[in-house]
Write a protein that binds this ligand. Sequence first.
Ligand code: F6P
Length: 322
Amino acid sequence: MKTIGLITSGGDSPGMNAAVRSVVRSSSYNGLIVKAASRGYQGVLDNDIRELDSDSVSGIIQRGGTILKTARCKEFHTAEGREKAATVLKSHEIDALIVIGGDGSFRGADLLSNEHQMPVIGIPATIDNDLAGTDETIGYDTALNTAMVAIDKIRDTADAHDRLFLVEVMGRDVGFIALETGISIGAELILLPEAQTKTEEVISSLKSILKEQIRSSIVVVAEGNGTGGAWNLADQIKDDFSKYDMKVCILGHIQRGGTPTARDRVLASQLGHAAVKAAIEGHTSVMVGVVNNQIKLSPLKMASSKKKDIDYDTLELSKILQ
Ligand code: F6P
C-alpha cells in the first residue's frame, strides 16, 4: 500500500474538509501518498487528480463545503463509466480509494470495488444522518444546529405576531433533522417522511394542539413528509386555519453550509483516521462508523441499502412535549 485515492461525493456536508484533512495527515503519518480527485467521481473520469500533502490541508478544519468540490455523477452509474474510472485510478497507481459521502456514493463505490477489484473505504458524510452502521454522520450535528438557530429566530417573530409557521427542513427520505430540530425548538407539530402523514391527520392534530387559540405555533415539516412539502401543505390546510396568519419558510440549503460544530470536526477527524487504518489493514467495501463511541466497520452494501431508523422513543417524546 503506497497511494490512497480520495474524493468527496454527493451532497456536501459540514465537516467534509475536516475528514479530508484527517485522511491526508493520517496517510502522511503512515508514509502514504494521497491523490485526490476534484468533484467526486466526475473528477476521476476527467482525470482531474492532484497530490495532497499535509501543508495543503492547513486551515480547512473550520470550513464548510469541501475543498475537493463535489458532484452527483450520472456517468459513474454506468458500467462503462466505472470501468473508465478504474482505469484512471490504476494509471495513478492508487491502491485504495476513500470516498467521503452518502448512500448513493457508496453504492457506486461498492460496484467499483466488485467489478474492478479496487479496494474502497467509505466515510459517512451527509446532513441527513440516514446511514446504517454509524450513530451519526459527518455534518448532521451542524445542520441540526443551523436549523435550530434559524427556527429560534422564526419563533421570535412568530411570537410577536401570534403567527402559525410551517417551516420546511431537509430530509427527503428520513426525518432525523426534522425530529431533533423539532424537539430542540419546542415545535407544536413535527411531520416526518417515516410517518407520511395524511393532510386530514395534520389538520386534526393541529386543531387539537391549537385548541382554537391564536398564538405562535411552529410546525416542522421534513421535505419528504408525504404532503408535498410546506408550500403544498399550506395550500391544503389554509381553509381550515383561515383565522390564523399562516406563513411558510423553507430553510433549504442553508442547512448544508457553515462552519462545522466541534462534534462534527472531531467525528470527521476520527473517521478519516479510521478509514486510512482500514485501508492499510486491507479491508475493502466497508464504511467506517462510530457505534456506541467505538469505531466500527460495516459492509458498504448495508450502509448504502438500509436506511437507518429514526428513534421511535424520541418521536414519542416529541408528542408528549407538544
Ligand atoms: O442528502 C442531503 C440532502 O441535503 C437532502 O437532505 C436533500 O434532499 C438533498 O440533499 C438536496 O440535494 P441537492 O443539493 O442536490 O438539491
